[in-house]
Design a protein around this ligand. Structure first.
Ligand code: ATP
Ligand code: MG
Length: 343
């Protein structure tokens, strides 16, 4: 643990990033945003709209700017309080990209080549696979390490990247002296990997899935009902979790989180009353009520873009003040610049 810009008051520091791409979905809410909100009670929380990550795949520049606002409004509507958390746009704090370059030199090509996300996303990008996509985990490590982060709330799909950030921090610290806190991930016990309703072999995804298999946080009630009704299950009729019942297991976890109960309790309730049609309908109506207040608050918050920008601007100024210290120390330790002893 370094003394550089550690979080004050003995509190843990929590950091996570979310991509301002497409429309955010139930997997993002259950796997990550729910933990961001809870993190505000547990420590000093910093959340970043990672637009530099979003440009690693094909994107529309005007759409990206708009989607930063969409995503900030979703986070606020879900319960992020800018009085308690820092909320900022990654590209407003240039130190992230600078630290990424420093960390790239303590990351090996072989390690990056083993990253599952790169394999999956590069297959989706048939025309052009950017070097940025390959570097994604290094930039992510920079995001996390710049803030001396203790804990990173993420969905299960990001576990490997957080492990990578730990490896990078440990390697840097052992080569150049302790600079970075070695972070750990916080993955929810239930709902860590919400699956696509049409293809329960795949995670629900902002960019990779089908519209029908993805429940968006802002979906209207009729779309939510339709998507759950047509969710792919199996040929049985029992409502229980099992490795060969991935579709049903996914629905059980979604229902449990949306109602704030344990998956075992869902199984118990439906044990004497099996049958998928009514179960799927129930999940649809519970999720509709779970998402309704978020959608309503979003509609109130989203139009005021100058308010959203002022939250992002304040967040960026505070984030920069924290991050620049650590990044400066890292550069100095690597022998860059005139050196801290120079007059
Ligand atoms: P993409 O598929 O394009 O990477 P995404 O849906 O994963 O987009 P991100 O912004 O990359 O969205 O992820 C934000 C957070 O949501 C991350 O912590 C990620 O682990 C989590 N997350 C994403 N998809 C799921 C899912 N299906 N279930 C649980 N958590 C998820
Ligand atoms: Mg992702």
């Amino acid at each position: 643990m370094s003394d550089a810009a550690t979080s004050g008051g003995g509190q843990i520091r929590i950091f996570s990033g979310i991509q301002p791409t497409g429309s955010k979905h139930l997997g993002n809410l259950i796997g990550a945003i729910r933990l961001y909100v809870e993190g505000q009670e547990r420590g000093e929380a910093i959340y970043c709209l990672v637009d530099l990550h979003a440009i690693t795949v094909d994107h529309d520049p005007a759409g990206l700017r708009r989607q930063v606002h969409d995503t900030v409004a979703i986070l606020l509507a879900a319960g992020i309080d800018p009085q308690r958390s820092l909320l900022f746009r990654q590209s407003d704090v240039a130190e992230h990209a600078y630290l990424c370059w420093l960390l790239a030199n303590v990351t090996s090509f072989g390690e990056l080549r083993r990253m599952h996300q790169f394999k999956e996303k590069s297959e989706q990008q048939r025309e052009f696979v950017s070097a940025g996509l390959f570097f994604y985990p290094v930039l992510q490590a920079a995001d996390i390490l710049a803030y001396q982060t203790d804990e990173v709330p993420v969905g299960e799909d990001q576990k490997q990247h957080i492990e990578m950030a730990r490896t990078i921090a440990e390697r840097f610290n052992s080569r150049f002296g302790d600079v970075f806190t070695v972070p750990h991930h916080r993955i929810p016990e239930v709902g860590a990997r919400i699956l696509d309703l049409q293809d329960p072999e795949k995670k629900m995804s902002t960019t990779g899935g089908s519209d029908q298999g993805t429940v968006y946080i802002l979906d209207p009630p009729d779309a939510i009902a339709r998507k759950f009704k047509s969710a792919v299950t199996d040929s049985g009729n029992e409502i229980r979790r099992a490795p060969d019942k991935r579709g049903i297991s996914n629905l059980i976890e979604i229902l449990a989180v949306a109602r704030g109960i344990a998956p075992e309790d869902v199984e118990g309730e439906y044990a004497s009353d099996p049958g998928y049609a009514r179960f799927k309908e129930d999940v649809g109506s519970v999720v509709t009520e779970y998402l309704r207040p978020i959608r309503e608050r979003y509609e109130a918050i989203r139009p005021d873009e100058s308010h959203l920008e002022s939250i992002l601007g304040e967040g960026a100024a505070k984030a920069r003040a924290i991050g620049a210290k650590t990044v400066g120390t890292a550069a100095d330790r690597m022998g860059l610049g005139p050196g801290s002893g120079a007059g």
